[in-house]
Design a protein around this ligand. Sequence first.
Ligand code: MLT
Length: 411
Amino acid sequence: MSYINENFMELQDSYLFSTIAKKVAKYTQEHPDKKVIKLGIGDVTRPLATACIEAMHKAVDEMSTQNNFKGYGPEQGYEFLRKAIAKNDYESRGITIEEDEIFVSDGAKCDTGNIVDIFAKENKVAITDPVYPVYLDTNVMSGRSGKYNKQTETYENIEYLPVMAENDFKPELPKQKVDMIYLCFPNNPTGTVLTKEELKKWIDYAKQNNSIILYDSAYEAFITEPNIPHSIYEIEGAKDVAIEFRSYSKTAGFTGIRCAYVVIPKQLKGYTKQGEEVSYNKLWNRRTCTKFNGASYIVQKAAEAIYTKEGQKQIKENIQYYMENAKIIREGLEKAGIKYYGGVNAPYVWLKVPQGMTSWEFFDKLLEEANIVGTPGSGFGPHGEGYFRLTAFGTKESTQEAMERIKKLKI
Ligand code: MLT
């Protein structure tokens, strides 16, 4: 007889975006005549930048010649891409990141999920609430969360840091001493941000408590305002306490071709139970070599092309297009008399559900009466209840159409 990993028994029945996809599939099957507009999962709709397409074509051609054919690449990513990342994403902001502190992967979902492997089960974890569900689920799977409490909808060993209108979506520092802190800014799902001064408080906390910050900056390319940090390493001392996750999914429309990276500074240390200091970079490298054979050469060539002059111009045009959608959503909600947050430095708009409804009730109403798919706030955690997320990743026409439908909705 084989025994299962019982941690999985503590998980919610289904992953948020799968639940939504199932509900939408059922609705469209039953109402084939309805034109459903999907502003739920943050999936891009613009074609890839020409610079990336050209780089991939070239890479495919290379693969067809004896001299340039590539088999397994370096597990950590090709040097050409790690160099481009260090130079363009960090050096350009005055941050020194060495190539061997960068690990290229096939997506930030995998990175933020897999990172739990290098941390002890006993670590105390803090997450913001609402939160991108991957951080929580993977801590549940690896046995760090403890039991689920149905009443409070929380796990016993996880400290939830509420982010809501009442605290201007700025999480307060943990009440207890925690070892691992997940922060995502610009925030998914609320679309809100922290300033450099606000982020500094977290670095100070982590230093005082010897904690590690797991910083997801997948949405940094959407920042439009000054004094909002694109990287946690813009804050002094962050290299001693933070791991940073980056993704090309939203930045360059790579949701379908998959490429991301994680930065683990070599000075970042954890401890054995005996108090011996160990480098997290070394552990992650060891894990990567065992469990990963590297992102595909073709995809890494596409990622490298993002950093060319043409690539930058093209991806910025796409980002601008999406941020124009965010503006259309904000203006539409304003006209509909619905309160909202975010959408200025992030591709997500977080709206307040009309009084007297739960987030899932609003989801159903929007789907059935306006044929629009969004994401119910409670799916991201208990403090997401009463909120709802719309993404700016649709087409301009469908976003405009969605806002027209919302304005006509009786709420
Ligand atoms: C989201 O909608 O929150 C994201 O697209 C999910 C993801 O990046 O995995």
